[in-house]
Design a protein around this ligand. Sequence first.
Ligand SMILES: Cc1cc2nc3c(=O)[nH]c(=O)nc-3n(C[C@H](O)[C@H](O)[C@H](O)COP(=O)(O)OP(=O)(O)OC[C@H]3O[C@@H](n4cnc5c(N)ncnc54)[C@H](O)[C@@H]3O)c2cc1C
Length: 398
Amino acid sequence: MNLQSGYPYWLISAGLPYSYPKLQKDYRKDVVVLGGGISGALIAHAFCEAGIDCAVIDGRSIGLGSTCASTSLLQYQIDEPLQQLAEKRGLKVAERAYAACAASIDSLQAIAKTIKYKELERKKTLFFASSKKDTAIINKEYELHKAAGFKVEKLESGDIKKLFGFDKPNALYSNHSAVTNAYTFTHALLQHNLKKGLEVFDRTKVVDITHHQRSVQLVTEERCTITCRYLVYATGYEVVNHIRKHVVDLQSTFAVISEQMEPAFKWHDDCLIWETKTPYLYMRSVGNRILVGGRDEEFSNPAKRDALIKRKSALLEQDVKKLFPGMPFKPEFRWAGTFGSTKDGLPYIGKYKPLSNSFFALGFGGNGITFSAIAAEIIAQQILGKKHPDIDLYSFDR
Ligand SMILES: Cc1cc2nc3c(=O)[nH]c(=O)nc-3n(C[C@H](O)[C@H](O)[C@H](O)COP(=O)(O)OP(=O)(O)OC[C@H]3O[C@@H](n4cnc5c(N)ncnc54)[C@H](O)[C@@H]3O)c2cc1C
């Protein structure tokens, strides 16, 4: 599957910061993590911290799946607003899912501190009503978020105009977000844990997997056999190659980053910005550049997606300039990626019964990274034989 294309900014700016070996002989490990994107890296970190002997295997160079395309906003707000999630899963579950997402941002910050990774910064988020009819969504979100204990403010149109300079009917203004760079974070996590005994192999594509009663056997493209007690699937959207259950609808998404602006264009609090309509527009800063994403399409065909990059980039530029007419936004790098959504916006984490001795870490959607952090914590507990209290939120049986 072609997961991203164009010029993802993180890949341009960091290049290939580290090399990892290719697996070229038969191999045995207690736990194998299949996938070396941000999910696999966070899982490997959690395992190393818990003393679980593990290795990471990836068919591409490390981080070159969806991870290098990620715009890397970290939010406790899920693509599915709290009110909609509450309708689908009940209010208690929805509140727990939001709280888990918020906690995962704290965990990611703590991990970054532990491994001395600098590119994670706390932010606030502006979530505005795209049109008058969506003011009710914001009003309800405000009540629900407040009742669930989140620190939020409601901004009316006058407040938004005064603080941000654009006209929107109302907005939720929340604490508890962050920004990062999923690509360099992935490398930093793997580098940190290599020193603690982790083994990482990239350019090692697995072409066959057999789940036995007490083990799992993988065969690579170069016919090496990998044997492990447990296999963790951190394969991102390519999981659709491994399971029969329909868990994700694949789409295409687009992003563009501006040239550097001198002086930097900063809006109020340099917060994250997104909106109620679907697909939504979202923005963040990266140093003195502005990164904008959205304009999603309901298909995932890579050729069709890639043919649209230039046009989508022009539309995203127009979207930004509509909000901030004074911004000297000049697109520099544009890219596209495969994106996925689940029926309730939540990831699938944990055991999938038909495949014994395995665990899944499927953090889809706009919160993919926070979901990966949640998956890492849950699966580490499961491998240690403990039951995590949130496992029901993300179960394949829901
Ligand atoms: C444009 C864009 C913007 C996004 N913005 C955000 C955002 O702002 N915030 C957020 O939280 N999330 C965002 N996401 C989602 C987020 O990037 C993903 O959820 C995340 O990167 C997924 O990481 P992963 O490690 O699960 O998957 P991947 O990065 O795709 O890694 C999976 C790896 O598994 C490997 N693999 C698969 N099958 C095999 C096999 N058979 N053999 C060997 N290796 C295999 C692949 O090579 C791949 O490298 C965005 C995604 C895109 C595309």
